[in-house]
Structure formats: C-alpha cells, structure tokens
Write a protein that binds this ligand. Structure first.
Ligand code: ADP
Ligand code: ZN
Length: 745
C-alpha cells in the first residue's frame, strides 16, 4: 500500500503530493500525521496523509517512518476542503491544511496531558487487605480512600487528601492491592456559567426556530439569513436551534467576532449546554487550545464556539453553523490564505448537508441581496422582545452648535441627556470612532468633505506630506486653506480621541466614575473582560470607548448612548464606508434600553442630512439597503463588481515602481485577451500607482487596483489574473495579490 503525503513545508516548490510506501505493520489511514524522510539526506519531516492507493508506478519509493498521533488528525472532508481552498483562495495546499489543526500540534510542541491513576485490584478482599496494613498507616488510609471513591482515583487527588502519599501508593501497587492506570486529562479553559432563564420564545422567535428546523430536516446545505433588530432575541433562537441540532445527533459550530467572544457570551451557552461546549479563540493557552480541539476531534464536544478560524473545527457530525454578526469584517482573514469564514461555512454545510444561519441586525449588503434574490432564506425578527421599544435617536447637527458658539466635543443636548442619566443612577456609553481619526478633511462650518474627483471617495490627509491623497486611484490634492464650498477657513482634518472625551466628561461631572476602552487601554491580557465586568457591576457610570464597546454587549442598566462623532467612518476612503457606518451606528444605538428601561441615543454629526445618518436615526435597515444598493449600482461598486489589488514592495524604490508598471502593462494585455472583444468593457479600472502607504519597514510600495464588472466572465478573468500572478510575482521582492481586499490602505 502507498500513501500520498503533503509535506509540512510552506513552499510552492514542494506543495504537492509525494508518494511513500506504507511499511508492513504500520496502520496508516487518510488524515494521519506522519514522519517521512524527505529531500537530500532524507531528513525526517512532518507530513499529512491525504490519500491511500494500491499501487504506484514510481520506481524508488521511500517508507513512511512513523505515525505521530494515534488517530488521524485530519478528517477526509477537511482534506477535501483544503483542496477546494487551494483553488478558491489561491493558496498552498499545506497552508490550508494547517488551518484545520492546532498550530502546536505541528513540531510536536504540545502533548496530551496524562495523570497516573489507581484503582482497587479486582477480587481484592478489602477487609483482609486493610487488616494486613495495621502497621503501615499511610498505606492503610490511602487504600481506604480509594475504596471509598470506588472508582479510578488520580494520584494528584490522593496527594491532595493525604500529602506525600506517593510512596504509600507505590507500595500498595507492588503489594497488588492497587492497579496502576493512566488517564488523559483535558486542559479546559475557564468557562463561567452566566445564568440566563430559558425564555418562552415569542411568536417571531418560534417562526425563526422552525425555519431553521425545517432547513436542518431538509439537510440540503441551505443558508438562512436571520435579520433581527438589536435586542430581538437572536441568541435565544440560536440556543433553540442548537438544542434541536444536538437532539438529532448533530454537532454545531457558532462563530462570533473575536471581540464579542467574552465570558458573558460563552457563559450564556455554557449555562444551557455545559460540558458539551468547546471554545476556540486566540486567548487560550497552547495546551487548552490543543485539548479543546481534541475534545471536538474525539467527538466529546458537540458545540464549538469560536472566532473566525473555528469554522475549521474537526466536527464529523456537523449539522448546523451559526455566524453571529455576519456583517463583521473580522470574518475575512487578512493573512494567507485570505479566506472568508462565511464562504467556508457555506461550503462545509453544502458538503455535509447541514444548515448555515447568518444572523445580524444589519446584514451585509451582499447577504441581504442574496436573501432578496432567494439564494438565502430570509427570516426576520422585526421587534424587540417583550414589546420593548427600540431606542429613540436624536440627531444633533454639530454645525448648529458651532454657530451657537459651542465648539466643545459635546452638544448641549448630549450634556443634558448625560446629566439626566447620571442623575437617575443609570449608565451611559459614549462612543467615538477612532478608526477615522484625523484622516479625512472637512469643513466645520458647512460640512463639505474633500473628495477625489475620480472616485467619489473622500481624500485622506497625510500629515507627513501635508497633502491629501485618494486611496483608490492615487490622485493627490493640497490641503485647502479655505473651504472650496463656503470659502470659510474652518476646513481641517477631523477626529477626536477617547482621552479627550473622558476629560470633557470629568470636567462637566467631576464626581462621576468613568471607564475608558480603546486599543491603548486594552493591551494587557484579560483587561477587556475586566473592564466589561466592572461596568456590568456598575462600578462606573460612563463607559467611553471605540468600536470595542459597540458590539453585542448586553448591559441592562444602560439607557443612554452618546455617539460623539458619527461621521468619522462615513468619510473613510472606502466604498464600504456608508455600509460600515450604518452598521456601526445601528449596533451602538442598539446598546441602549435593552432591559425594562427605555433607551435614548444622541447622535452628533456634521452631516445630519446625509441619507446614512437619516436611516440610522430611524434604524431603518430596509431603507438603508435600498438606498445603498442603488448607490453601488450607480458607481458599479461591489456586489456589481469586484476589486482586486496587487501590492508590490521592494527595498529599491525603482524596482518596486518598475515592477508594478511592467506587471500592469502585461496584465492589461493578458486580461484584454481573456475577456475578448465582447468583454473588454468588463475591466472598469486598472490603475498602477504608488500605494497609499508609500513605505513600510524600509520597503517602497506600489499597487495596482483593478475593478472588474461582475459578469459570467468574471470567474475566468480572476483565474487568469491568479495564473498571471504566479508567473510574474517575482518582478520585485514581494508582490501580493488580494481578491476583494478589505482595506485599500
Ligand atoms: P439580540 O442578540 O437579538 O440583540 P439577545 O438574544 O441578546 O438579543 O436578547 C436580548 C434580551 O432579551 C436578552 O436579555 C434575553 O435574555 C432577552 N430575551 C430573549 N428572548 C426572550 C423572550 N422570548 N422573552 C423574554 N426575554 C427574552
Ligand atoms: Zn465649507
């Protein structure tokens, strides 16, 4: 017998299947992690068995040396998935395989943890044995203890009862009174139970849960979009669907954004399902990660909760995948392989006949259009549970504030509401959008935003160059001294930080306790959880933060949300800026009034007339969707087109520039060829220019941005580009191709 093996070396030169002989007596099957002699000098390398075959026409074949883990570490469906990813994401086979197993498994850096255990010998006459130990009190009491436990007892446990008992245990073993065994233990991350009552589902929740049940019964790999307003009880629907899935012997994977993977979130699931849950996220220790993965692999856990990469969990009986907050960009991997977790989830349920549920209060434009076109089944939860109202949103025009002589961070209205909220002992959240910090240029008087003439995208201010730049086409403009629209001198780069907001709060309310949460205050491990629970316990009245406070949290006592600056992401140089802004504003607003107290939101903006702000005020998702999809259509942005980007980096400026330009020229010719005369207009844009960030760690950067119309020819065009890239990636030190890049910076 022979095995096809992928060697665990991430290099395109060896990224293929090598044939090895399976030596007599070695029980090798597909998915085994093995050691094989490889390359010159036959050094031992790790590899994965991806296929078994009867014969090989290869003349000189080497033997597999040995198996590493006793069980196959990869499931056949995972190997098939990796193969598919190789083509879909243009990555190395081995890079895709590596996503399916814990990193520490490779290189054998973690081991199973075993403890010594003992049990009573069979047919032992206990009384006689105890009597014989009258002069060995230490042994006697150990034997009594083990008899009392009446099961396997671990040596550490016995030592915890009676310190320094190891010698006594050994003596009992050699007398034949105790039998030694060893047992694998799983290192388990702490999971607290957050007690949550099992609610009787509302009519809407019941309908949603039924729709999921029907889909699971059909077992045809279908996708449901659960669109439910904030506080509509989506989690309760997930819990019901998971219970039903488990009932029928299935396994479920629940993906949540890394940032929402808090003890509170996991606790709600643990309270319902206890030990059947395994969690996978980046804050686990290597041992915990390995053991949680093994509990899944060995079928001991039925529910996997995790961030993006948990979609690769080794579930053999997968029936249900839930992706919460499906619109979140964190489901897109930013390193090779650049996979989209939702795409992987859809692929997995298609293969196993499972069901995928995408949930969000603000679905991505892509998902919602698929739901409208019937590709996904749409299920809506249009109201909050228990007839709780959505929060009321007051929009404050910050330009009016300026005209009235208020040039502080807070509008009069926000100060008023804040003082009411603090006065009644309730809690408030103040949200600042740091991502757009000081990058776009706008007029404080008329709201004009400096935009690129070609792209209808706001220009980004580059401090080091003292000028502005379009991150899409590379065009530059000087920073205007006065506003091109109203001619007033109030035009400048825009942005506020969390520290400034905290100072302003303390100046207004010197005795109030505040907490601040942003990437600067969250460096330390565990600080995020600490801060959230402190706020939960009411140790502060005002929580000030960035994106981190926007998502998923359920703070019953929060009745006021202040959105200090709504516009910062609205004007980011990205076609997704309006969509992301609407999502963010709706999510933040959704934090208010989730319990019995009604919620209020004060939304401060310089562009109150902007449609996105108006839809956010009304929390009108459908209105937003129809408006924004028309905008995308007008400008032929995705989903009507697809962006691709190739970034060139080289220590030598000229090499990067020349590499980029010559690549662009050849690529254009190649594309014209592939698209043919019928499709030549599919290429909407191909610009080669200096990258927005012109230098990173000593390398000069250039980029090509391509925009292709979504037609039946798109797939072939993308294939042609990736094939072209393979041949030409060596034009300079580094050339990286991204399909649908998440950022254009
Ligand atoms: P979402 O995820 O849609 O924002 P959650 O699932 O967090 O909403 O639910 C919001 C709140 O409503 C939670 O505190 C939850 O315990 C409660 N809840 C959910 N379903 C019900 C129900 N059927 N009856 C009463 N309360 C419910
Ligand atoms: Zn102006």
């Amino acid at each position: 017998m022979f095995a096809e093996i992928v060697v665990d070396i991430a290099h395109s030169a060896v990224d293929r299947r090598f044939t090895y002989r399976i030596p007599e007596g070695l029980d090798v099957s597909v998915g085994h992690h093995v050691l094989v002699p490889f390359g010159q000098g036959d050094r031992l390398k790790e590899g994965f068995v991806v296929a078994i075959k009867d014969d090989s026409d290869y003349p000189s074949i080497k033997d597999i040396c040995r198996i590493v883990e006793p069980y196959p570490v990869l499931l056949p469906e995972q190997i098939a998935l990796a193969e598919w990813m190789q083509d879909a994401y243009h990555c190395l086979f081995v890079d895709a395989l590596r996503l399916m197993i814990p990193a520490q498994l490779r290189g054998m850096r973690v081991k199973e943890k075993r403890v010594r255990t003992v049990r009573l010998a069979e047919n032992l006459d206990l009384d006689a044995a105890l009597a014989s130990l009258n002069r060995a009190q230490a042994q006697k009491r150990v034997l009594e203890l083990v008899a009392k436990i009446n099961a396997e007892a671990s040596v550490p446990d016995i030592n915890a009862f009676y310190p320094n008992s190891t010698a006594a245990i050994n003596a009992l073993i050699s007398r034949g009174f105790l039998i030694e065994q060893s047992e694998t233990v799983f290192r388990r991350p702490q999971k607290m139970r957050i007690h949550t009552p099992v609610h009787t589902l509302t009519a809407a929740q019941t309908r949603a849960a039924q729709a999921i049940d029907e889909a699971m019964a059909q077992a045809n790999g279908s996708v449901l979009l659960l669109h439910g307003v904030t506080g509509s009880g989506k989690t309760e629907v997930y819990l019901k669907a998971i219970a039903d899935c488990l009932e029928s012997g299935g396994q479920a994977i629940v993906l949540v954004p890394e940032i929402s993977l808090t003890p509170q979130t996991v606790g709600r699931f643990t309270d319902r399902f206890g030990d059947r849950i395994a969690v996978l996220h980046s804050r686990l220790s290597a041992g915990e990660r390995f053991d949680e993965w093994r509990r899944i692999r060995l079928g001991l856990a039925d529910i996997v909760i995790g961030a993006r990469s948990a979609i690769f969990a080794p579930t053999e009986r997968l029936k249900l995948v839930i992706v919460d907050e499906e619109h979140e960009s964190s489901y897109q991997s930013e390193t090779q392989p650049r996979y989209l977790a939702i795409e992987i989830a859809a692929k997995r349920v298609r293969e196993c006949g499972g069901t995928l549920v995408l949930g969000s209060a603000t679905p991505s434009l892509m998902s919602y259009s698929r739901a409208l076109s019937g590709k996904y089944r749409l299920v809506e939860l249009p109201e909050r549970v228990e007839g709780r109202p959505l929060p009321t949103v007051e929009v404050v025009n910050m330009r009016d504030e300026l005209l009235m002589g208020n040039n502080s961070i807070f509008s009069d209205r926000l100060v008023e509401r804040l003082s009411e909220c603090i006065g009644t002992g309730q809690q408030a959240m103040l949200f600042i959008n740091r991502r757009g910090y000081a990058t776009f240029v706008s007029c404080r008087s008329c709201g004009y935003v400096l935009k690129c003439d070609n792209c209808d995208i706001s220009m980004t201010y580059h401090k080091s160059e003292s000028r502005t730049r379009c991150h899409y086409c590379g065009a530059v403009k000087p920073l205007p001294k006065e506003c091109p629209n109203c001619k007033k001198p109030f035009i400048k780069q825009f942005g506020i930080g969390t520290e400034q907001v905290e100072e302003a709060v303390l100046k207004l309310f010197p005795t109030v306790r505040t907490l601040r949460m942003d990437t600067d205050t969250m460096r330390e491990k565990g600080s995020y959880e600490k801060l959230l629970s402190a706020f939960h316990r009411g140790e502060a009245q005002v929580l000030i933060g960035t994106q981190m406070i926007a998502k998923g949290h359920d703070f019953p006592n929060v009745t006021l949300v202040g959105i200090v600056s709504a516009d910062t992401t609205l004007n980011l140089p990205d076609y997704r800026a309006p969509e992301r802004t609407f999502q963010l504003l709706t999510q933040v607003a959704g934090r208010a009034g989730r319990d019995n107290l009604p919620g209020r939101v004060v939304l401060q903006t310089y562009e109150p007339q902007h449609p996105i702000i108006r839809f956010a005020k009304e929390q009108d998702y459908a209105g937003f969707f129809h408006y924004e999809i028309m905008e995308r259509k007008k400008l032929l942005y995705p989903p009507f087109s697809l962006f691709l980007r190739i970034v060139f980096a080289d220590h030598n400026e000229q090499a990067a520039e020349q590499g980029c330009l010559s690549y662009a020229k050849l690529l254009e010719a190649e594309l014209m060829n592939v698209l043919g005369s019928e499709g030549k207009n599919d290429l909407l844009l191909l610009v080669a220019a200096q990258a927005p960030i012109a230098r990173i760690s000593g390398c000069s950067r250039y980029q090509i941005v391509l925009k292709l119309l979504r037609t039946k020819r798109l797939r072939d065009a993308v294939r042609a580009i990736t094939a072209f890239h393979d041949l030409h990636r060596t034009v300079c030190e580094e050339a990286v191709l991204e399909v649908n890049p998440q950022e254009m910076f």
